[in-house]
Design a protein around this ligand. Sequence first.
Ligand code: ADP
Ligand code: ASP
Ligand code: MG
Length: 491
Amino acid sequence: MRQAKMSDASEAGRDEAVSGCRVMKFGGTSVQDAAAILRLCHLVQRALPYRPVLVVSALAKVTDQLMNAGWAASGGSLDAARESLQRLRQRHEAVAGGLVVGDEYDNLCKQFAQEFETLDRVLRAIAGEKAFMPHAQDQLLGAGESLSSKLVHAALGKAGVTTTLVDAKECIVTDVAHTRATPLWDETNERLQAVLLPLLNSGQTPVMGGFVGATRDGIPTTLGRGGSDFTASIVGAGLHASRIEIWTDVDGVMTSDPALCPDARRVARMSFDEAAELAYFGAKVLHPATLVPAMRSNVPVWVLNSRNPECPGTEIVAHCETDGRVKAVTVKRGVAIVDIEPVRWFAPELLREVFDVFERHQHSLDLLSASRGSLALLVSSVTALPSIAEELRGLAHVRWENHKALVCLVGEQIRRRPELASQAFHAIGDIDVRMICQGASERNISFLVDESRAVEAVQRLHRSFFSAPVSEPAIEGSSSQAMCQAEGAWQ
Ligand code: ADP
Ligand code: ASP
Ligand code: MG
């Protein structure tokens, strides 16, 4: 082991080993059971010369289960909610049993007992209020990361790694926007440096939960679902890490979601902008905000497979050579199109008024297209639309259609190649395309289709753009298994 560590360090260069640190984020499937956590320990041991800081997600599916328990409690099923908490406790204890024994196991179970007592109180409060309010969601959901970080900390200690458990609520200072909080950057960076640098400098490997933060007053918040990627990037940027590694269950960023396109290939290299676009337009592999801090501090991001660590993954950097090819096909579901037709004539005030109304309702817009006669907007949630329509009454008629999906081609400078749009039309020409957006960004061409046709559209576009033999160095075959499937499918 000692030899392996030294050769790893010399291979990647001494600078990273002596000056920076490396953020390693492990997602839910990468910590889902004892076997996954032992694989994580091995990866961390190999990375010790680079001074790793660990950010971990909750065990796979735990956040969903906590969410369901909260809704059950608010809906009058407190007993069922408490039973599901008991099952979660048993699962965490069973994982602990596969990692540590004796006093260490007892100690972990004691910490879990305290944690679950607190959760039980939160559930009772939710049941009492008969509502699952955003602040309660944050109290409940954040527990998943707290529990998993304790397991990982114990497992690393057992593996001989000198490690310290860090409470993310002490480092990630956020605003009060419960369930979708944003960091207060200066305070967060100060805290990250004050808490983590001394640990790193004394040879410790810090472990913290992703996804969670706290307000200045210490009230728990969360960064939005999938937010542990964002935490990793916040930490990496705040510490000026040499790289941020996102360890997940696929070989890297792929040419499409492999769950939809089993022949998807690994993208070897992409730019921050491309990756941000891809994440924003539905690729779950990265939380949409992940690239923001990394970009700002110019820290490269790597997406890697914890089950296939020898695969080189995807490197995401500031600039990446491009020949204007499509890098990936994504889909964002659950989109609604909102048509806004002015009562009299289209005036510039209407645009301002529309933006103001959406802003007042804290309702974000995904896309906008304007013509002389009307406006079309895409939104991801329709809950506030009735009130928005009411506020715009007298100025404009507001109508919306639900159950749409935005299928996107992503790639640096693809806008400059009009033949790509015609190739896309050829591929999905018989699918009703409600709206096309080309030109808002250099690196995106999007098609709005009915949600029921979205998977088919993605698969057809993927086949059209990626079934040809691989020649581009930036995109490589994924795993041997995926390549075999590709040959089987497209020969
Ligand atoms: P984690 O739990 O590690 O955060 P996620 O489930 O959030 O993992 O993200 C990984 C998943 O993202 C993959 O299993 C894959 O199904 C999905 N995914 C969607 N689009 C892409 C893409 N373009 N490349 C890779 N994975 C993608
Ligand atoms: N556990 C959280 C979620 O499932 C955050 C994450 O895994 O990134 O959303
Ligand atoms: Mg994720």
